[in-house]
Design a protein around this ligand. Sequence first.
Ligand code: ATP
Length: 333
Amino acid sequence: MIQVRGLTKHYQVHRRPPGLAAAVRALFSRTYETVKAVDAIDFSVGEGERVGFLGPNGAGKTTTLKMLAGLLHPTSGDVTVAGFVPRRREAAFLRTITLVMGQKQQLLWDLPPADTFELNRAVFDVPRAQFQETLKELVELLEIGDVVQKPTRQLSLGERMKCELAAALLHRPKVLFLDEPTIGLDVSMQATVRGFVRSYNERYGASVLLTSHYMEDVVQLCPRVIVIDRGRLIYDGDLRALSHQVRPDKRIVVRFESANGVVPSAADLARFGQVVSAEPGQATIQVAAEDVSGAVARILAGLPVADLTVEDPPLEEVFSELFRSNRRAAGVT
Ligand SMILES: Nc1ncnc2c1ncn2[C@@H]1O[C@H](COP(=O)(O)OP(=O)(O)OP(=O)(O)O)[C@@H](O)[C@H]1O
């Protein structure tokens, strides 16, 4: 559905050294610097796939999504989305995709979302009957029946984001580019948006390429992740495999019986592995993956355990480690 080969975007930015003299000199001769926002990346996404597109701030995610949506012209490389070349912005291409940016809005500020929906119906030339049917489905799935007639400026952030999604999907696109669709939402609204994206993907077999700095979005929605850093692709594959590859350790979370008031000391806990945290009643101990069963047996035998769980390290740590080791390998600090 999405094919990307050698995709590159360089920005020319004007760099002016500080100081008045430099400002005057810059009037006559400007110095430009090339920012390699996206640097020869390759990937493809199949029909109906949900893929996380991840990277630290400034990695090149938004630039890539804008090129895939045809809003930016690549410096070089080839992209096709559903067989279309995005930068041509053909009407049939625009009917096939949608780009939702959590930080931007398309709803008309002083009018109710229902008016933007109607405008989009006309822009995308959606047949009236199909429009009514999709609108009914989206309103039900997103539970926005009582807000679509209020002026957008009166809506809460969460209500507005749900209406943004409805406006972006009324033409039933087959490819969704979602750039931080849950940014700023509370955890329950994030879960609603995630559930909705999954339902839409399953109902219409749509492909989803999603960026998010919230790891829960990634865990819940994206079995596969593509990771970029400083414009270069550094991982493309299964999320769980990445986690095990980068951080092949496990965390044993132990809750202690409090009846006898005994709290193991840090030295007691350190006998079983690396102590990540220790507080009254609970401790987290990190051990090598191959040592988990042995460590669990030793903990059960040696400590007053009320409850014990084995977990993977948090994804935030997995990605920090991935970026750190990638930058070390590239000789960048
Ligand atoms: N219009 C522009 N002109 C010059 N440089 C730009 C422009 N847009 C983006 N950049 C630069 O390109 C790089 C990639 O930016 P981009 O917005 O694609 O990153 P991102 O991965 O989406 O980051 P974030 O997670 O912070 O949104 C950054 O160094 C940014 O400063």
